[in-house]
Design a protein around this ligand. Structure first.
Ligand code: GUN
Length: 284
């Protein structure tokens, strides 16, 4: 089965849109998302544009603040502090990566955790890990929704997460632990990855290595979620592929997400959902 991320994302966006329509009928202030983009990283510029278009499409207020890569950390922190105080802004997202002279954590820690729609602030990371309500980072949240759409009860299943990033691997671990999975996290120093992968009923691949996971790595009947977005050269032009070798793995997996059209669209829909949640929290 190929998991249609576009379809699930469309349904989630439609739900958000109808809730925003209801809000618009009752209130002057509507949910608002502000994205901060520093520098001219080409992939970031595309992601930010897609985030802004999607926010507009569901009827949110949306703006992008663009800065040169030479901006100082202090200036960026001042910008975030202003957004914290702005009642029209419910979600603040700082597009990563930031230039090397800026400490990302220091800037992220300045965001009011109630507006941290990326779920990267230590308060949200901590709350997620102790099982309290929190913002969950958008990519693992999208993976989680797709996974649960395939199988409701994940209790006792072996899950392998390939990649230990703060953006995906670590929060994904928390989500799967809450579902009573037995979670293994693999990373660049892990030995015998293929062997580990063969034990897993759930594989989440998020390492940024094109087509790393092959068909003979995957247990028959596994659910495979591919977070990778890798640009490769293919027959003289460039093409986007995941961390999973789709053609060989689809023959073994019970269900698999394609790239593109799998996790990607869900990530943005989850960002919009988090922004709506921030609005509700702030105004309740
Ligand atoms: N860069 C790549 N993915 C993400 C994300 O989910 N959030 C932010 N803020 N930056 C990113």
């Amino acid at each position: 089965m190929i998991i249609d991320g576009k379809k699930f994302a469309k349904a989630l966006r439609a739900k958000i849109k109808s809730q925003i329509l209801k809000i618009k009928k009752r209130k002057k202030l509507i949910p608002g998302l502000t994205v901060i983009l520093v520098g001219d990283h080409p992939a970031s510029a595309i992601y930010v544009k897609n985030k802004q278009l999607s926010a507009k499409e569901v009827g949110m207020n949306s703006s992008v603040l663009r800065f040169k890569s030479s901006i100082s950390q202090q200036k960026l922190i001042t910008v975030v502090k202003k957004l914290n105080k702005n009642p029209r802004v419910h979600g603040i997202l700082i597009q990563l990566p930031l230039p090397k002279h800026i400490n990302s954590n220091s800037v992220i820690e300045t965001i009011n955790p109630l507006k941290d729609v990326d779920g990267f602030h230590a308060t949200n990371v901590g709350n997620l890990s102790i099982g309290k309500d929190s913002f969950v980072p958008c990519t693992p949240l999208g993976c989680y929704i797709l996974l649960k759409s395939i199988k409701k009860n994940l209790s006792g299943l072996n899950a392998l997460i390939i990649g230990r990033s703060n953006l995906n691997g670590k929060p994904m671990t928390q989500l799967l632990l809450k579902e009573d999975c037995t979670v293994t996290i693999a990373h660049s120093k892990t030995k015998n990855l293929k062997h580990l992968c063969r034990q897993a009923a759930i594989v989440i691949a998020a390492v940024g290595r094109a087509k790393l996971v092959k068909g003979d790595w995957v247990k028959r009947g596994a659910i495979v979620i591919d977070v990778g977005i890798n640009r490769i050269n293919f027959k003289g032009s460039s093409k986007i592929v995941g961390d999973v070798d789709f053609e060989s793995v689809r023959k073994k997996a019970y269900a698999i997400t394609p790239v593109p059209g799998g996790v990607g669209p869900m990530t943005i829909a989850c960002l919009l959902n988090n922004t709506l949640k921030a609005y509700k929290n702030i105004h309740s």
